[in-house]
Design a protein around this ligand. Structure first.
Ligand SMILES: OC[C@H]1O[C@](O)(CO)[C@@H](O)[C@@H]1O
Length: 285
């Protein structure tokens, strides 16, 4: 049976000047994992509106399971305005008071959590306490051995060190980029060699650091693994980190060794940069 890989948190539309594309780190993660042979599922909340219905249709077209996505009677489906600089690097305007930020704990979520082989959560785009609390319960309900991945996504200015540290305590894999590493290290007082210090302090199996076109680094208890970036013509880097995490983790839960999964993660994330949007449909990478 294919490992069940769940993304919980943001499911939203990224609004580009030319149109909208489905996004949200946990959703991007679930999509790429399902492309790579896992049973990918999203747990989130959409509005009872055309964008919400379209999001669910789109997930189903993409082969991502969405049975535990809730429909909010009041709040609209999430949207984020994406502005790309000439190098394809985005700035996000995250629109507040949206459905995914009001995710409720339900028996259906307990069931979704219980069957998970890996869970990715990246809810630091969240302002509201409800989704954060639901994610915490979801992680608690995960079976033993389930790999829990925390994607820091530290883009907004309303994160507190307490929140980041609380999430670090309930994950096995930490994924961050080079802008986030010094901030997280600072929040956690992890000096010296921050990757190893964070890994050790929080008992993590793996810390993954992405360095954009320069590649990525994995830190485990056994040491450090580096992978250069694949040279590509960058169009849009949105979702590249999510694809990286998805390929890495789906490789691991499918039994690949770390260097193999790492190489595949580097190739997929480079490929995603050559397309607009976080969920390009082809898997020609
Ligand atoms: O943080 C919000 C933004 O981050 C992404 O999930 C990419 O990682 C986008 O799809 C979304 O708009």
């Amino acid at each position: 049976m294919a490992p069940r890989v769940v993304g919980i948190g943001e499911l939203l539309w990224d609004i580009y000047p030319g149109g909208r594309r489905l996004g949200g780190a946990p959703a991007n993660f679930a999509y790429h994992a399902s492309r790579l042979g896992c049973a990918g599922a999203v747990v989130s909340r959409v509005g009872d509106d055309p964008l919400g219905r379209e999001a669910l249709r789109r997930l189903s077209d993409l082969g991502v399971e969405s049975g535990a996505v809730q429909v909010d009677p009041r709040l609209p489906t999430g949207t984020v305005t994406v502005t790309l600089d000439p190098h394809g690097h985005p700035t996000y305007a995250i629109h507040p008071d949206v459905a995914w930020d009001a995710l409720e704990w339900t028996p259906a979520l307990a069931e979704a959590a219980a069957g998970a082989s890996a869970i990715c959560f990246g809810t630091l785009a969240s302002r509201g306490p409800r989704t954060l609390e639901t994610v915490r319960r979801f992680l608690e309900a995960a079976p033993p051995g389930c790999l829990r991945i925390f994607d820091v996504n530290l883009r907004q200015d309303y994160h507190t060190p307490e929140r980041v540290r609380a999430f670090l305590k309930c994950c096995d894999v930490l994924k961050l980029n080079e802008d986030e590493l010094p901030q997280v290290a600072d929040m956690c007082g992890a000096g010296g060699d921050p990757l190893e210090e964070l890994r050790r302090r929080y008992g993590l199996k793996l810390v993954a650091l992405t360095l954009g076109s320069r590649g990525s680094v994995l830190q485990t208890a056994e040491g450090r693994l580096e992978e250069p970036g694949a040279p590509v013509e960058v169009v849009d880097t949105v979702g590249a980190g999510d694809a990286f995490t998805a390929a890495l983790v789906s490789g691991l839960v499918q039994g690949q060794d770390l260097p193999t999964a790492h190489r595949r993660a580097a190739r997929l994330s480079a490929y995603v940069c050559t397309q607009e949007g976080a969920m390009p449909e082809t898997r020609d990478y």
